[in-house]
Design a binder for this molecule. Structure first.
Ligand code: HEM
Length: 324
């Protein structure tokens, strides 16, 4: 009994009560947020696709299987950034994370922040802040995010638990619900597919060239375009939002209502009864989408965070700090 009380006191209570805070670095590293913003802005000026890279990176970092034995909380803890070593294959080296990109931008931000405030700002917060800044630069919402995340001490490929783009909507909702995210918030977060690309391998099964007949849920003109793209280069990539491909806006929802979703998961959002109303609402109300997107991103950024004295503040986002 005494042992159980000790476990509750040392492990469960801090998790239940500690939380993220707005302006967590206001006194410890006053310039933290402005440094992140500057580095992101510089990259964005030459590469507008960085917003898509960061959105996907943030999502993949936050959505990791939670280990139940000994309560290893894992979520938005920068575990995705850890490089593999000869003794450990890390999260980034799995199929689901193969095309995740933008690690070099996080390195640049970390270097600039370490020069100003050594060992103070976590890589997990850098990912969340950089994503927030890139979204605003791409025409999306400007919003504050709470910080104070700590960096995780585990990065193992066996913990990666991301579904593929052909997952049915019911199972997708369950996947998000397991992290405390509602179906409406899920539809909102999938709105991140308003920027970025998908490679042919992720949507080829929908194409008439592979199926042998047209997919009734895809606009025939889009099918023709994608068949041509993937025939000329099987590793080609198509914009997920065929209209405003670099802008964070509600156009993605309008496109899927026109059967112009690239991946099955996106197209199904517009067709499934449990999600189609949310899609129509966002398609007809851009302001509602932008506001909901900010709220849903803030919520996603809280999944399984480490706070207080859990985890560590990595000096280099790609490697755990050395233990004495
Ligand atoms: C379980 C739900 C999801 C699935 C199955 C999924 C699947 C995919 C796939 C297969 C790609 C194409 C990757 C490639 O070809 O390189 C992709 C791209 C992308 N995903 Fe998702 N996604 C999901 C949810 C999300 C969420 C919640 C976000 C962010 C909040 C997100 C943001 C992105 C972005 C921005 C891209 C474009 C990346 C780039 O251009 O580099 N996705 N997603």
């Amino acid at each position: 009994m005494k042992q159980i009380s000790i476990i509750i006191f040392f492990f469960i209570l801090p998790l239940a009560f500690a939380d993220l805070e707005l302006g967590f670095y206001a006194s410890s590293c006053r310039k933290a947020e402005s440094i992140v913003k500057q580095v992101v802005q510089k990259r964005f000026n030459r590469d507008k696709s960085i917003t898509a890279a960061l959105l996907r990176m943030h999502f993949h970092d936050c959505f990791v299987r939670v280990r139940t034995i000994f309560i290893h909380v894992q979520g938005c803890d920068a575990s995705l950034l850890i490089d593999s070593t000869k003794n450990n294959i890390s999260e980034k080296d799995t199929g689901a994370n193969d095309s995740v990109r933008g690690y070099d931008l996080i390195d640049d931000v970390k270097e600039a922040i370490e020069a100003a405030c050594p060992s103070t700002v976590s890589c997990a917060d850098i990912v969340a802040l950089a994503t927030r800044d890139a979204v605003a630069l791409s025409g999306g919402p400007k919003y504050n995010i709470p910080t104070g995340r700590r960096d995780g001490l585990i990065a193992n490929r066996d913990d990666v638990d991301l579904p593929g783009p052909n997952i049915p909507i019911g199972a997708l909702s369950q996947f998000f619900a397991a992290k405390g995210i509602t179906t409406e918030e899920m539809v909102t977060l999938l709105g991140a597919h308003t920027v970025g690309v998908a490679h042919c391998g992720f949507f080829a099964s929908r194409l008439s060239s592979v199926r042998g007949k047209p997919d009734p849920t895809m606009d025939p003109a889009l099918d023709t375009k994608l068949v041509k793209l993937c025939k000329s280069n099987s590793d080609g990539a198509a914009f997920l939002d065929q209209n405003t491909s670099f802008t964070v806006d509600n156009e993605f929802y309008k496109q899927i209502l026109l059967k112009r979703g690239i991946m099955q998961i996106d197209q199904q959002l517009a067709l499934d009864k449990s999600t189609s109303t949310f899609v129509s609402n966002f398609a007809s109300n851009g302001d509602k989408f932008v506001k909901s997107f900010a709220t849903a991103m803030i919520k996603m950024g809280k999944v399984g965070v480490l706070v207080g004295n859990e985890g560590e503040i990595r000096k280099n986002c790609r490697v755990f700090n050395k233990r004495n």
